[in-house]
Design a protein around this ligand. Structure first.
Ligand code: B12
Ligand code: SF4
Length: 463
């Protein structure tokens, strides 16, 4: 069958945004793996990334040109409006097109999808086997249900994500491809992202049970050999010079991480990489952190979340403020950079709690600040709490973004939150000076540069 997959992630970055920043420059692994599975089953697959198009008319033109028989749309909650619109327009362009949606939102908020007439099939949970089976049934005319529950595939048996589905699109849109994906922070290009597993065993109430519903209660990780095989392919194909491992919490499985580090080094990789971790894991596993640093770990994303112990408890984070501070010290000791995720404006959060978060950030002195005004995401216990207690100010799916520009929870003083946001990112003068001095040293006076200058002075040019 002719299949067009659709990535609708334009809320925030908008149309014509491909390549502009992280939200608009990263592939969707879900779609790339689904595409690879459908191709392996013999189907023709391409992809429309709305971020690479000029607008809805352009989308119509693309559908008319490609003439797909099936359109498959992925959807986080934030993608609901453009995702539904993508299916609706597909039906307008050609009512014979079979529309299929899948992803976190259809899985976590199925009841919201059911009344939508423009959607023929809703695949919940993990879609690889269900989607391929659906395509086969559509091709042979066998009956297929409207709601299809996906199973949990053996991750090592899946093909690698077909990144070309996105790259071809971006290329056509004029995005200059010196890197498969937009690099995180200052990592060198070419930059790629990979996913080594699915699920998370922790229980944070602003996130779970969404992850457990989507991927099951257990974490399923690909074998180290399988991930290394993909990295070898990426090295050959793109000569990548840096890497982000997207897993929710890669460091949760110590044995896996140790084995991976060993294999990464043995196979000749030294590219710097980033991954997500947690303060408690970092503090309890400093030897593992050191090993990771030794093979290329450049930085951790850490969900510090709050500097108030009662807020950490309320959100079931399972960490302490002291662990947050100590994790930052561990990272500093090992030269690991810190990307600090934290939230302001949670339900029941007081000004004192917020001041505690500001104080914590000043101690942590992260390399990157990543604040969010708390957003209740469908599928999480805190979302249900907010709905039950009539606390949510969210009126539209477009607001399911963690942007710190709108308050999402009732009872907060917006001006205070904006002040707190700015204040949380203001470094202590001593840290500011230390960082500026380090930047100047890196720029003008690193030992290598000093040696080069000395050589120039001591060894005359003509020699
Ligand atoms: C990487 C990631 C990102 C990246 C890139 C996203 C991207 N381009 O895909 C970035 C950092 C940009 C990002 C941003 C956000 N993210 Co995010 N992200 C993730 C993460 C960690 C991994 C996604 C992934 O690749 N998973 C692995 C693949 C294989 O799974 P999958 O994409 O879900 O696809 C499978 C199924 O869902 C299904 N499926 C998916 N699509 C389709 C389509 C069809 C047709 C079919 C049949 C099946 C199907 O089959 C796939 C294969 O099994 C997930 C958590 C997680 N572990 O999944 C959160 C997650 C998806 N993100 C989430 C959220 C909330 C966000 C943000 C809104 C806020 C935030 N937390 O920063 C922003 C929104 C950005 C925007 N568009 O405005 C939530 C979504 C919850 C929800 N209710 O929608 C998740 C689940 C995390 C969580 N537990 O809170 N994210
Ligand atoms: S917030 Fe992170 S650590 Fe907590 S449950 Fe979600 S993915 Fe796991």
């Amino acid at each position: 069958m002719r299949v067009t997959l659709v990535y609708p992630g334009i809320v925030g970055a908008g149309f014509a945004s491909a390549g502009k920043g992280m939200d608009a420059g990263w592939i969707s692994h879900g779609l790339c793996i689904l595409g690879a599975c459908a191709k392996r089953a013999g189907h023709e697959v391409d992809l429309i990334d709305l971020r690479a198009l000029r607008g809805w008319d352009h989308y119509r033109e693309e559908l008319a040109r490609r003439r797909p028989q099936v359109v498959g749309v992925t959807m986080m909650s934030v993608d609901y409006n453009p995702g539904v619109q993508a299916a609706t327009v597909a039906k307008e362009v050609d009512p014979r097109i079979v529309t299929v949606v899948g992803g976190p939102h259809p899985t976590l908020a199925l009841e919201e999808m059911l009344p939508l007439a423009s959607i023929d099939h809703i695949v919940t949970h993990e879609g690889e086997n269900a989607f391929v089976d659906l395509l086969r049934r559509l091709e042979t005319g066998e009956p297929c249900g409207r709601v299809i529950e996906g199973d949990r595939p053996d991750l090592d048996s899946l093909p690698f994500a077909d990144r070309d589905l996105f790259l071809d699109e971006w290329h056509q849109a004029g995005y200059t491809l010196d890197s498969p994906e937009v690099p995180l922070a200052d990592l060198p290009v070419p930059f790629v992202t990979v996913i080594a597993g699915r699920g998370c065993l922790y229980n944070c109430s602003f996130c779970q049970p969404a992850e457990k519903i989507l991927f099951g209660g257990r974490v399923r990780r690909r074998s180290v050999q399988n991930v290394i095989a993909e990295l070898k392919y990426l090295r050959e194909r793109y000569r990548f010079r840096s890497l982000l491992i997207h897993d929710d919490c890669l460091t949760e499985d110590r044995n896996w991480v140790m084995e991976f580090c060993e294999a990464y080094r043995r196979q000749g990789f030294s590219q710097p990489f980033f991954c997500q971790s947690r303060a408690d894991i970092i503090v309890k596993n400093e030897d593992m952190v050191a090993l990771m640093r030794g093979v290329g770990l450049s930085g951790f994303f850490i969900g510090f979340e709050s500097g108030s112990q009662s807020m950490l408890k309320f959100m079931r984070k399972g960490t302490t403020v002291e662990q947050n501070l100590e994790a930052a010290r561990v990272c500093r000791r090992h030269g690991i950079r810190v990307w600090a995720n934290y939230m302001l404006g949670l339900p029941s959060e007081t000004k004192d709690d917020i001041m505690a978060t500001i104080r914590m950030l000043k101690e942590i002195d992260p390399d990157w600040y990543s604040p969010a005004f708390y957003t209740p995401h469908p599928g999480s216990d805190m979302y249900t709490y907010c709905v039950r207690n009539d606390l949510s100010l969210i009126k539209d799916h477009d607001s399911y973004r963690r942007n710190p520009t709108e308050v999402k929870i009732k009872g907060h003083d917006y001006d205070f939150l904006l002040w707190a946001l700015r204040e949380s990112m203001r470094r202590k003068p001593v840290n500011e000076v230390r960082r500026r001095a380090a930047a100047i040293w890196r720029r003008y006076a690193s030992p290598r540069k000093v040696a080069r200058r000395l050589r120039r002075v001591l060894v005359p040019r003509s020699a």
